[in-house]
Design a protein around this ligand. Sequence first.
Ligand code: NAD
Ligand code: UDP
Length: 330
Amino acid sequence: MTAHPFDRAIVTGGAGFVGSHLCEALLAAGTRVTCLDDLSSGRADHIDHLLGTPGFRFVRHDVTTPWPEPEPWPGDARPGRVLVAHLASAASPVDYHRRPLETLRAGAAGTEHALAAAHKLGGRFLLASTSEVYGDPQVHPQREDYHGDVDPVGPRSCYDEAKRYAEALTTAHRRVHGTDTTIARLFNTYGPRMRPGDGRMVPAFVSQALAGEPITVSGTGTQTRSLCHVDDTVRGLLTLAASGLPGPVNIGNPVERTVREVAELVRDLAGSASEIVAVPAAADDPRRRRPDIGLARHGLGWEPRIGLEDGLRRTLGWFAALQVGVDSAV
Ligand code: NAD
Ligand code: UDP
C-alpha cells in the first residue's frame, strides 16, 4: 500500500463500503484510525474484524451533530500528522432518495464539523466528493475544470448539490482559515462490501446473476459508466491525501462501458443463465460518465491497475461467499 505520512486519521463514514477499505489501508500503513459512523448506510460487519486492532477505534456518531472530543491515543504527546477523511454521506441513489435531508446535512453540517476538526488538529482534510458534481455532463470525458450540469431541484439534487456545497465549503475554509484541504472527485467505485440491496448497478447485477434472477437494466442500457475497483480508489485517495494538491482531482477508471455491457459481463463471468430485462429508466439518470484522469496521472502518478473483468471476478467471489454464509446461517 502507498506510503503516507499520517500518524492518526479520523475517517467519517468508515463503516461504509469505501470507508471500511480506507480504514483497513490506513491501519496497514501504521496509522491509528478513529472511525466515526452512524451506521445509517454502513454496517458494523464491515469493521468488526478491525475492532480488536490496537490502532482502531469506532465511535457511533452522527457527524452532522457536534463531534465528541477525540480521546487521546497513548503517546499522543509527540507531534504527529493527522488526516481527517470525510466520507460520511449516503452514496447510493436508493439511500439518498430515502434520506434527502440527511444527505444534504452530511454535505453541509457534516463537512463543516470535519473541516473544523482538521483545522483544530492542524491536520490535512480530504473530502470524498463525486463525479455527480458534473451532473448530466455536456462535456466528455469530464475534466476537473468542467463545471457540470446539475438541476438544483431535480431528483438527484440532494446528493449532487450537497457535494457541490461541500466542495465550496472546503475551498472557503482553505481560503479563510488556511486549512490544508484536498478534494477527490470519485467516479463509480465497486467491489467487496457493497450492500446487495443498496440499489447500485454492480451489487444489483452481481446478486441477481448469482441468484439466477433477471438482471434489471434501467432504460435503454446505453447510458455509460466507468467503474473503478475499490482498491484502486483507496490507493488514489491515500496518494492524494499524501500529496500537497488542493484538488479537485478525479479518481476513477477511464474505461467506459454501457450499463448493458456491464450486465452482460457480470452474467457471463458468473456463468449465470439470468435473462437481462429492461426496467423503467431512472429519473435524471446521467447518460455518460468517464473521468479524464490526466491530473491524477501527472500530478500524483496514480492510475487504476485493476481491469473490469478481474475486479468483477473478485467482487462476484465475495458476494458468492456472502451468499453461502447467509444460506448456511438460515
Ligand atoms: P456507503 O453508504 O457504503 O458509506 C457511507 C457511510 O457514511 C456509511 O457507513 C454511513 O453509515 C455513513 N454516514 C452517512 N451519513 C452519516 C452521518 N450523518 N454521520 C455518520 N456517518 C454517516 O457509501 P460509499 O459508496 O462507501 O461512499 C463513501 C463516500 O464516497 C461518500 O461520501 C460518497 O459520496 C463517496 N463516493 C462514492 C462513490 C462510489 O461509487 N462508491 C462514488 C463517488 C463518491
Ligand atoms: N442501474 C441499472 N439497474 C440497476 C441499478 C442501476 O440499470 O439495478 C443503472 C442506473 O440507472 C445507472 C447505472 O446503472 O444508469 C449506474 O447506477 P448506480 O446507481 O450504480 O450509480 P450512479 O447512477 O450513481 O452512477
